[in-house]
Design a binder for this molecule. Sequence first.
Ligand code: RB5
Length: 170
Amino acid sequence: MKIALGADHAGFEYKDRIAEKLRGLGHEILDFGTHDATPVDYPQYGFAVGEAVATGEADRGILVCGSSLGIAMAANKVPGIRCAPVMDPYSAELARRHNDANVIAFSERLTGWEMIERMLQVYLETGFDGGRHAYRVEQLFEFGDAQRVRTLKDLERGEVTEAQTPKDLL
Ligand code: RB5
């Protein structure tokens, strides 16, 4: 796989270790930096990895920042990106099986390296379940004017309605 990597100054050490590990497994790496502890702005790395995946330059993306949160928020601004910040292997598995996450974000400050290695393996080896999950994931990308009109009606009613998953998908 071709994998895009990015991290800020609080995540570059894990990012470099991830790059080394993935190269050893035969993956091609696109490393967007950063490469040292000089303070940088995490949104720029989230955007770069997001665009690399969204344009097809990379198959998947992996991001690291101090908490995993800000850099994931940045990646999710890029249309077509489903980035999950994860801290345990089961979340990493569900991010793939249920949400078809094409980018994953890790925390260098809160997560031990062994946990990162396990989550990395799960993220790369787990497929998407499709079916009802595909139907729901598609809705994430239909957030245009029609969806907003629908949601504003839900706000008026004070409750979300008509969100039942079609029975043939269950
Ligand atoms: C940098 O100090 C830190 O804020 C950043 O790495 C990340 O945790 C932001 O969400």
